[in-house]
Ligand binder design. Sequence first.
Ligand code: FES
Ligand code: FES
Length: 155
Amino acid sequence: MDTISFMLNGVQTQIEADKNWTLLYVLREVCDLTGTKCGCSTGDCGACKIILDGVAKNACLIKIGALEGRRLETIEGLYCDGKLHPIQQAFIESGAIQCGFCTPGMIISAKALLDANPNPTDDEIIKALSNNLCRCTGYVKIIEAVRMAARLLAE
Ligand code: FES
Ligand code: FES
């Protein structure tokens, strides 16, 4: 086993894990953070999105050994002081959630986008979500939700 230290949702964290385990496996099975979903394990669906040093990435493609000294945000980090994050609120209010399996990954991709670009165009939203698959919604409501989130965050 290896000791790996990193910032997890704003908290300095140290874990024992095989450095070759995937970040997705460690989040779900070691850290008990099951909001990050596994849809494919091959980098194709975006259900496992996390934000690493400000950039949305697929946790299924990252080895935990690469986390040393880095800053990680997961979907669990968005809920704060008993309140949903404005992006989570916007997804609910826009009807952008059906089965919900893709939703954590969608919200994480949206957060990485809006952190870097608070007022994105529709094309920029579509590009930022292009690695997130949804089998239920048809994407229209999801794009509306990101637009609404940008408005809520600006207020
Ligand atoms: S589980 Fe990682 S991209 Fe699908
Ligand atoms: S809401 Fe079901 S996969 Fe997107």
